[in-house]
Design a protein around this ligand. Structure first.
Ligand code: ZN
Length: 218
């Protein structure tokens, strides 16, 4: 008797549960329906009403809520491969967000210069809109170890000197500084950088931290 009563209660609980799951919106009506059959077997069953009540009530609890699927984070292209130049030139872009990118908008951590080139030309375009005084960019080539010193000397040269000390012996090559929408080029004699350890960077105050990459001859 007890077993059948429990079984019927379980069944009712399941029915109540499934009913509540199917239609959760009309909650008050659904509860009444669920409670009525739950109290019916009480006279027959030995269990007191108080015990059957909690059996039916917690049933609606497991609302099958599927957890929100978190969108997979987009892979950050921080570890972009070195850009190998085709021929003896490379198209480099500068942005209003203080970054160098390639033609496709990807970061340029390194430019590989073919060893067969006598001169290597970097065609630089500032694709932003900001003026030179606020977001000027250039392309300076120097030894990695000299970048900080060249930048510091450039700050002293000021905006009039395009943030580059005139005749700085540490500078291998440098373009002029341009603002948004402007283009410039810099020609690098490959023999001078063949030994390795050279970088390209922007000498506008503070830009070198983000606008900085390796120039490798291979
Ligand atoms: Zn810059």
């Amino acid at each position: 008797m007890k077993k059948t009563a429990l079984a019927s209660l379980l069944l009712l609980a399941l029915v109540a549960c499934s009913k509540n799951e199917q239609t959760t919106q009309p909650a008050p009506v659904e509860n009444k329906v669920a409670e009525q059959p739950a109290t019916q077997p009480n006279p027959v069953a030995d269990l007191p009403a108080a015990q059957s009540a909690p059996a039916a009530e917690p049933a609606p609890a497991p609302v099958a809520e599927t957890p929100a699927v978190e969108p997979a984070p987009a892979p950050v292209a921080e570890t972009a491969p070195a850009a190998t130049a085709t021929g003896c030139s490379f198209d480099l872009k500068g942005t209003d967000t203080m970054t160098y990118t390639d033609a496709a908008g990807k970061p340029v951590p390194e430019i590989v210069v073919p060893a067969s080139c006598q001169d290597f030309t970097i065609n630089f375009e500032h694709t932003g809109k900001m003026p030179k005084a606020a977001m000027g960019h250039n392309v300076v080539i120097a030894k990695s170890a000299d970048v900080k010193a060249v930048s510091a000397a450039g700050v002293k040269a000021g905006v009039k000197g395009d943030y580059l000390q005139a005749g700085d012996p540490k500078v291998v090559a440098a373009s002029k500084m341009v603002g948004g929408g402007e283009k410039t080029t810099v020609k690098v004699p490959v023999a001078k950088i063949k030994e390795g350890g050279y970088d390209f960077f922007c000498s506008f105050p503070g830009h070198e931290i983000k606008m900085h990459g390796k120039l490798t001859v291979k």
